[in-house]
Design a protein around this ligand. Structure first.
Ligand SMILES: NC(=O)c1ccc[n+]([C@@H]2O[C@H](COP(=O)([O-])OP(=O)(O)OC[C@H]3O[C@@H](n4cnc5c(N)ncnc54)[C@H](O)[C@@H]3O)[C@@H](O)[C@H]2O)c1
Length: 417
C-alpha cells in the first residue's frame, strides 16, 4: 500500500530472511511481496524493537498468544513486547500508536498492555501515546488475499479520536469498518472463532450421524446451506433466552437418543439440552440476585404470537421460581386467548394447573404489582411498559428493541447481554 514497514522479531533467522528479501513463512504471494518490499527499500527487519519504535509512527503487535498447559492464555510475549515498546516510548518525542493485533481476551489490552506501557514509559495513555485493538481475520494459507479482502475491519479504542491514524491506514481497505470499544473488538475475534469451531463440530457430528443412518451428508448439507433466511443467517444468533417449543427440544432429544442407540459419541449435540437448562437457571439466578419477592412475568409461551406451552422455557422458569418460594404472576395475551378459545385449556388444566392459576389478563395491574418484571417474550407493548416505576427491576430475557424498552427504569438487564 506504499507504507514503509519495519518487521521486528526475536528470531534472528526470520529477521535475516526478511532483510534479504525472502519470506520467513510459506504463504501464497508472500515471497513476491517480501522481495518487492526489500527491493524498493520499503521493508526492513530487525531484532531491535526500540529502534523500530523510534523510526515509526504505529506499532502493530502480533506476537503469539499460545495456550499454557491448563488452557490459560499465555501473555508472556505480549507483556515482553509491551515492556520493550514502553521503554522505547520514554525516549520518543513524537506521538506513537500501539495497535494490538494478537488474539487476547477482553480486558487484556486495557488491564495488561496499557499499564505496562505507562509504567515503562512514564507517560500517559491517551495523552502521550495511544493504544488500539484491531483483531486479525486472516487465515493461514490465504492471509494475503484475506488481508486485501477482509470481511470487515474492527477498530477498538478508549476514545474514537485515538483511531485517526488507523482510519487513515485502512481507508483503501474494502469492507465495513466498525469502530468500537476495545472490549468489543477483543471479543469479536473470540465470538467468530468459537462460532467457526461450533460450525465444524456441528457439521462433523451431524455428518457422522448421517453416515451411520446411510444418509448422504453432503446432499443434506447442500440443502441446509441453501437456506439463508434461517440457517446461514443471523437468525437465532441473538443472545437472549433458552429455546423451547414443540420442536427443538424434542428433535434434539430424538437425535441424541438415536446416536446412543448407534453407539455414537456426539458430545456437542448432547450438550445442547443441558446448555439450555443452564440458561433457565441463569434466569432464576438473576431473580434471586434482586432480593425481591413479587415477580411479574410477561410471556409464558416460548415465543410471542403462539399459545403453545409445550416445553416452554418460560414455563420452566415460573416453575423454578415457584419452587424457590417466589410470588409469581403471569401475563400472556396469546395464552389467555388460547385458554378462552379452549385450544390450550386442556394443557393448562391438566399439565400445569398451578401455573394456569397465576395467569392474569390485567397487564396494567400486574405491572403495578411486580417488584421484578421479567420480559419473557416480545409481546409486551411499548405504551404499557412505560408505566413502570424507576425502582422496579426489569429482567429482559429477549433483548427487546431499544425503542420499545421502558424509559426511566433504573435496573434493566438481560441474562446474557
Ligand atoms: N495465524 C493466524 O492465521 C492468525 C489469525 C488471526 C489472529 N492470529 C493471532 O495472531 C497472533 C500471532 O499468531 P501467529 O500464528 O502469527 O504466531 P507465531 O507464533 O507464528 O508468530 C509470532 C512471532 O512473534 C515473534 N515474537 C515472539 N516474541 C517476540 C518479541 N518479544 N518481539 C518480537 N517478536 C516476537 C515470534 O518469534 C514469532 O515469529 C496470535 O495471538 C494469534 O492468535 C493468528
Amino acid at each position: 500500500m506504499g507504507h514503509r514497514v519495519i518487521g521486528v522479531d526475536v528470531n534472528p533467522a526470520k529477521v535475516e530472511m526478511m532483510e534479504s528479501g525472502r519470506s520467513p513463512i510459506v504463504e501464497a504471494s508472500m515471497n513476491d511481496l517480501v522481495a518487492e518490499g526489500a527491493r524498493s527499500c520499503r521493508l526492513h527487519a530487525t531484532v531491535d524493537s526500540a529502534d523500530a519504535v523510534l523510526k515509526s509512527d504505529v506499532s502493530f503487535v502480533c506476537v503469539g498468544t499460545p495456550s499454557l498447559r491448563n488452557g490459560k492464555l499465555d501473555l508472556s510475549h505480549i507483556e515482553k513486547v509491551a515492556r520493550e515498546i514502553g521503554l522505547a516510548l520514554k525516549q520518543k518525542q513524537s506521538r506513537h500508536t500501539l495497535v494490538l493485533r494478537s488474539t487476547v481476551l477482553p480486558g487484556t489490552t486495557e488491564s495488561v498492555v496499557l499499564p505496562i506501557l505507562e509504567r515503562e514509559s512514564g507517560r500517559r495513555a491517551g495523552a502521550d501515546f495511544t493504544v488500539a485493538y484491531n483483531p486479525e481475520f486472516m487465515r493461514e494459507g490465504s492471509a494475503v488475499a484475506d488481508f486485501l479482502q477482509p470481511p470487515y475491519t474492527i477498530l477498538g479504542a478508549q476514545d474514537p479520536s485515538h483511531l485517526a491514524p488507523l482510519r487513515e491506514l485502512y481507508k483503501q481497505t474494502p469492507g465495513r469498518v466498525f469502530e468500537s470499544t476495545i472490549g468489543v473488538a477483543e471479543m469479536a475475534k473470540y465470538f467468530s472463532n468459537a462460532f467457526h469451531a461450533v460450525k465444524v463440530a456441528f457439521a462433523n457430528e451431524v455428518g457422522t450421524l448421517c453416515k451411520h443412518l446411510n444418509v448422504d451428508a453432503q446432499a443434506v448439507t447442500e440443502i441446509f446451506t441453501s437456506d439463508t433466511r434461517l440457517n446461514i443467517s443471523r437468525a437465532y444468533l441473538s443472545p437472549g433466552f433458552a429455546f423451547g417449543g414443540s420442536c427443538l427440544p424434542k428433535d434434539v432429544r430424538a437425535l441424541t437418543y438415536k446416536a446412543k442407540e448407534l453407539d455414537l459419541n456426539l458430545p456437542m449435540l448432547e450438550s445442547l439440552l443441558p446448555s439450555n437448562s443452564e440458561h433457565v437457571e441463569r434466569g432464576v439466578d438473576a431473580v434471586v440476585r434482586t432480593g425481591k419477592r413479587r415477580i411479574a412475568q410477561l410471556g409464558l409461551s416460548f415465543k410471542a404470537g403462539t399459545d403453545d406451552l409445550r416445553e416452554s422455557p418460560q414455563v420452566q422458569l415460573v416453575k423454578r421460581l415457584l419452587g424457590e418460594g417466589y410470588e409469581v404472576r403471569v401475563w400472556d395475551e396469546d395464552v389467555s386467548l388460547g385458554r378462552l378459545a379452549g385450544s390450550n385449556r386442556q394443557y393448562i388444566e391438566e399439565v400445569i394447573p398451578h401455573i394456569g392459576s397465576l395467569l392474569t389478563d390485567d397487564l396494567e395491574e400486574l405491572l403495578k404489582w411486580g417488584e421484578v418484571v421479567i420480559i419473557g417474550n416480545k409481546s409486551a407493548n411499548k405504551d404499557k411498559l412505560q408505566q413502570l416505576r424507576p425502582e422496579q427491576i426489569v429482567i429482559d430475557l429477549v433483548n427487546l428493541d431499544k425503542a420499545i424498552r421502558p424509559q426511566g427504569v433504573r435496573s434493566y438487564e438481560g441474562i446474557c447481554w
